[in-house]
Design a protein around this ligand. Structure first.
Ligand code: FES
Length: 109
């Protein structure tokens, strides 16, 4: 298990409008960028085991390609059916052009 923020990716490699898959502390994440803010959401749909990073991104919303549920990458909450459960999200910080993610505890929304 990790302790505190860990390096996830250089900020320059994470573009808006697409999800960037990374693994931090053994947890697969999809990074979603909106301006200078980056959100980290677990890279697995809560409806079935599908990587969210393979879906479309618009703003901070990421869509599961299998059945079309969209999730708010900021809160992890599903925005439409069929998914009803949230996906864990994690705190991010940007330091010297590097994205750090703390995967030790999911954000409580
Ligand atoms: S597997 Fe993601 S919405 Fe069904």
């Amino acid at each position: 298990m990790s302790n505190g923020p860990e390096f996830a990716a250089p900020l320059d490699l994470v573009v808006e409008g697409a999800a960037t898959p990374v693994t931090v502390g053994g947890i697969d994440l999809a990074l979603v960028r909106e301006g200078d803010v980056v959100y980290a959401i677990r890279d697995e749909c809560s409806h079935a085991s599908i990587p969210l990073s393979e879906g479309d991104v618009e703003g901070c919303e990421i869509e599961c390609w299998l059945h079309g549920s969209r999730f708010d990458a900021k809160t992890g909450k599903p925005l439409n059916l069929p998914a009803v459960e949230s996906v864990p999200t994690y705190a991010t910080t940007i330091q010297d052009g590097r994205i750090l993610v703390d995967v030790s505890v999911p954000i409580q929304n």
